[in-house]
Write a protein that binds this ligand. Structure first.
Ligand code: HEM
Ligand SMILES: *[C@@H]1O[C@H](CO)[C@@H](O)[C@H](O)[C@H]1NC(C)=O
Ligand SMILES: *[C@@H]1O[C@H](CO)[C@@H](O)[C@H](O)[C@H]1NC(C)=O
Ligand SMILES: *[C@@H]1O[C@H](CO)[C@@H](O)[C@H](O)[C@H]1NC(C)=O
Ligand SMILES: *[C@@H]1O[C@H](CO)[C@@H](O)[C@H](O)[C@H]1NC(C)=O
Ligand SMILES: *[C@@H]1O[C@H](CO)[C@@H](O)[C@H](O)[C@H]1NC(C)=O
Ligand SMILES: *[C@@H]1O[C@H](CO)[C@@H](O)[C@H](O)[C@H]1NC(C)=O
Length: 359
C-alpha cells in the first residue's frame, strides 16, 4: 500500500519534471523564433549556424559582456561602432579587427573620424578566445563581433534580436583610403547620407533608425566643432552650442562629449528627442530633422520607442549582412587581430573544408 503510493508519487513527480523540461524546450525555441525578424538572409548565413558546432556561443558572449559592461558601459558604444565600421568598409568580415587596418588595433590614428576605442578590440579578442576554448576554432571573428554588437544594444537597454550567423573572416584589411572613402563623415548632410546608404541597399528608414546608434557613446571635439567655429550652425540650439563651446574651447580640443545628452549610456529613443530640440551633435544627426524626407521618421521614433526598436533591429540585420564572406571564402581567424599563419591547424582546417565541399 505504502509502496504503491510512493510509486505513484514518484511517477507523478517524474511526469511533472518531464513536462517542465518539454515546456522549457518549447518556450526557449519559441523565444529564439520570437527574436527573429522578417528580414531576408543572404545565402550562406543561417539563424542556427552554430547549433551543432558551438551551441553555447551566444551565452558565452552575453555572459562575458555583462561583466565587461559592469566595469565600463562605454565599451558597449565602442563595440557597436566597430561593427558598423566593419560592415561599411569591405563588408562584415572583421577586416577592421586586423592589426594594421586604418582604424584597427595598434593604429594610434589621430584622425578623429577613425577613433575606435582600442580597449574594445581587446574585449573582442578575449571573447574570441573564450569561444575558442569552449568550441575550438569554429566561430568567426566577424560573427563574434556581430553578436557582441547586438549584446551591446541589449545590455544598454535596447531591443533583443536574433543575428544570422555564418560569416567568415577576411584575409586582408582595408587601406586607410578605402576606409575613409567608405565611412560617411559627421559633416555629411541628409542628401549625402541618403545617397550613401542607398548605394548599400539601405533605405531612408534604415538610415534614420541606424543613426539611432548615437543614443549611446561619445565623440571627440574635432568631429563636431566645425558647427561651432568660426560660425555657429544656425540649426543648433543656442544654449546647447554654448555648452559645447565650454566642452571644446578650441576646435581641436581633445575633450569628448556624449552623443545623447538626455541618457548618454542608455539605448533608448532619446536621441530623436535631442534632434527635435536641435541638440544633435553632428550635422549628420541634426540634418535628419532638417530634411523633409527624414524628419517624419525622426518624429515618429521620438514619440514611439517601440517603433524605433523594431526598425533598428531590421536595419541592423540588413547592415550585418553587407558583403559577407560565407562557405569556404576567407577563413576562421584564430586571433582576431591577425591572419592565420599557415600553421598545421589552418592547413588542417582547409583540408576539412575541402573534404566537406567534395562530399
Ligand atoms: C550615419 C552615418 C554615421 C556617421 C556620420 C557617424 C559618425 C560618427 C562619429 C564622427 C563618431 C564620433 C567619433 C569620435 O569623435 O570619437 C561616432 C560615434 C559613434 N557611432 Fe557613428 N556614425 C554614423 C552611423 C553610425 C551607425 C550606423 C552606428 C551603429 C548602429 C553608429 C554608432 C556609433 C557609436 C555607438 C558611437 C560612439 C562610439 C564610442 O563611444 O566610442 N554610428 N559616429
Ligand atoms: C576624416 O578626417 C580627416 C582628417 O580630419 C579628413 O581629412 C577626412 O576627410 C575625413 N573623412 C571622413 C570620411 O570623414
Ligand atoms: C549636401 O552636401 C553636398 C556636398 O557638400 C552639397 O553639394 C549639397 O548642396 C548639400 N545639400 C543640401 C540640401 O544642403
Ligand atoms: C525600408 O526597407 C524596409 C524593409 O527592409 C521596409 O520595411 C521599409 O518600409 C522601407 N522604407 C522605405 C522608406 O522604403
Ligand atoms: C586643427 O588641427 C589640424 C591638423 O591637425 C590643423 O590643420 C588645423 O589648423 C587645426 N585647427 C585649429 C583651429 O587649430
Ligand atoms: C534648446 O534647449 C533648451 C534647453 O535644453 C530647451 O529648453 C529648448 O526647448 C531648446 N530650444 C529649441 C528651439 O529646441
Ligand atoms: C594576436 O595578433 C596580434 C597582432 O599580430 C599580436 O600582437 C597578439 O600577440 C596575438 N595574440 C595572441 C594571443 O597570439
Amino acid at each position: 500500500m505504502a509502496k504503491g503510493y510512493s510509486t505513484r508519487v514518484l511517477t507523478f513527480l517524474m511526469l511533472i519534471s518531464l513536462m517542465a523540461v518539454t515546456l522549457n524546450l518549447v518556450s526557449s525555441t519559441a523565444e529564439a523564433k520570437e527574436r527573429r525578424r522578417d528580414v531576408p538572409i543572404v545565402k550562406g548565413l543561417s539563424w542556427s549556424f552554430y547549433q551543432k558546432a558551438c551551441p553555447k556561443v551566444e551565452n558565452i558572449i552575453r555572459k562575458e559582456l555583462k561583466k565587461v559592461f559592469k566595469r565600463d558601459i562605454g565599451l558597449a558604444a565602442a563595440i557597436l561602432r566597430i561593427h558598423f565600421h566593419d560592415c561599411f568598409v569591405q563588408g562584415c568580415e572583421a577586416s577592421v579587427l586586423l592589426a594594421g587596418s586604418a582604424s584597427g588595433p595598434g593604429e594610434q590614428s589621430s584622425i578623429p573620424n577613425l577613433t575606435l576605442r582600442q580597449q574594445a578590440f581587446v574585449v573582442i579578442d578575449n571573447l574570441r578566445a573564450l569561444v575558442q576554448k569552449k568550441c575550438g576554432q569554429v566561430v568567426s571573428c566577424s560573427d563574434v563581433l556581430a553578436l557582441a554588437a547586438r549584446d551591446s544594444v541589449v545590455l544598454s537597454g535596447g531591443p533583443d534580436y536574433a543575428v544570422p550567423l555564418g560569416r567568415r573572416d577576411s584575409l586582408a584589411f582595408a587601406s586607410q583610403e578605402t576606409t575613409l572613402n567608405n565611412l560617411p563623415p559627421p559633416f555629411a548632410n541628409a542628401s549625402q547620407l541618403i545617397a550613401d546608404f542607398a548605394n548599400r541597399n539601405l533605405n531612408i528608414t534604415d538610415l534614420v533608425a541606424l543613426s539611432g546608434g548615437h543614443t549611446i557613446g561619445i565623440a571627440h571635439c574635432p568631429s563636431f566643432t566645425d558647427r561651432l567655429y568660426p560660425n555657429q550652425d544656425p540649426t543648433m540650439n543656442k544654449s546647447f552650442a554654448n555648452k559645447l563651446k565650454r566642452t571644446c574651447p578650441t576646435a581641436n580640443s581633445s575633450n569628448t562629449q556624449v552623443l545623447d545628452i538626455r541618457s548618454p549610456d542608455v539605448f533608448d529613443n532619446k536621441y530623436y528627442v535631442d534632434l527635435m530640440n536641435r541638440q544633435g551633435l553632428f550635422t549628420s544627426d541634426q540634418d535628419l530633422f532638417v530634411d523633409k524626407r527624414t524628419r517624419g521618421i525622426v518624429e515618429s521614433y521620438a514619440i514611439d520607442q517601440q517603433r524605433f526598436f523594431e526598425d533598428f533591429t531590421v536595419a541592423m540585420i540588413k547592415m550585418g549582412q553587407m558583403s559577407v564572406l560565407t562557405g569556404t571564402q576567407g577563413e576562421i581567424r584564430s586571433n582576431c587581430s591577425a591572419r592565420n599563419t599557415r600553421s598545421f591547424m589552418s592547413v588542417l582546417e582547409e583540408g576539412i573544408e575541402e573534404a566537406i565541399t567534395m562530399i
